[in-house]
Design a protein around this ligand. Sequence first.
Ligand code: ATP
Ligand code: MG
Length: 413
Amino acid sequence: MRVSNLFTKTLKQAPAGEVAKNAQLLIRAGYVYKEMAGAYAYLPLGLRVLENIKQIVREEMNAIDSNEVVMTTLQRRDIWEKTGRWSDDVVDVWFKTKLQDDTELGLGWSHEEPIVEMMKQYVHSYKDLPVSLYQFQTKMRNELRAKSGVMRGREFVMKDMYSMHTSKEELDGYYEQAIEAYKRVYERLGVGADTYVTFASGGAFTKFSHEFQTVCEAGEDVIYLHREKNIAVNEEVLDEAAAELGVDKAELEAVKTVEVGNIFNFGSQKTDEMDLYYTDADGKQQSLYIGSYGIGITRMMGVIAEKMSDDKGLVWPENIAPYRVYLVSIGEQGGKRADALYETLKSKGIEVLYDDRDERPGAKFADAELMGIPIRVTTSDRLGDSYEYTERASGETLVLTHDELLAKLEQSQ
Ligand code: ATP
Ligand code: MG
């Protein structure tokens, strides 16, 4: 992609009123556009990052035999009434709307009830189980406060997965597999070392639900860590968990975190409430067990922007960066070399953003840094046959020949 063709614009200053660092950076670097508090448009660069995050999640969900689907945002009131969750007193983030004939609809903040309803048509016998489905979906939540940039949207992308099983044991087994899959996701997204699995509501050992919490200064949550014993405890269950684990609360260190994932073991409560059963090999009707597994995709992008950035801008890890190489040409000879290198890199499948604009070198360098592309390659009249290779994260710069440059780019790919 040539910068001259790319729909984007960097800004010197974030718009007034945007208080979150992640959104300030993403807006300034031309990744997102703020439509209103809690609602952001994803521009081409931002979309590429989102797609990269989704692809990692997709691969890990496919690896535990889940199937991708897309459900609708429009949801029926009667389905949510079956579990008592249509009420605004029970769920305080509903956006609701009406058809022209006054039929009330909800805009999906979750898809737990709609998926159970859908499965009534597909799951009848033990032969239809287990089954696991997931989707990347735009969720709508009427959040009270939306001051954390893309980390808390009123409209945001979530990966939600639902698994259905013939027994509690089978669900527990899959739930453990999902925890491992989630750990691989956070590892691949570059936040593995900073992400803790915590027991959430329901007691420390009941394993009713788990949260994945990433350490982040801008986080809205707090977890309590025992670094030596590798224990992480959720604030909600602190007293209970400390007692059960036999640790003194004073030994735990409070750290700010962002909830990047949340998984629930529902047992058969929800399916019983909604009349979804299956028949076993003896033809007897049995309860069906389900789990629900969420990851905030757009929130993840915000967390990475918060954590991986410096005073010059964003610093994307290689596997989610929108492009790997930012190619800068300076001067007439530099321009010819850059044109040729651009074609070579494209033919080798190396994703390159080519700054072919007639701009000052300083402006091009500043944009490369603000956008956070992992590697900058510069050609110039002064460099002659050589190429300057600079890593965004370390700032390390090398002057390389054409062959050395290609070897370096191919080796680290
Ligand atoms: P929070 O406590 O932060 O409000 P939640 O517990 O209500 O989140 P879940 O219903 O568990 O959220 O949703 C699954 C995941 O979706 C969360 O772990 C989070 O990563 C993401 N998520 C939830 N709400 C938002 C939001 N408003 N904006 C962006 N991502 C969100
Ligand atoms: Mg949650």
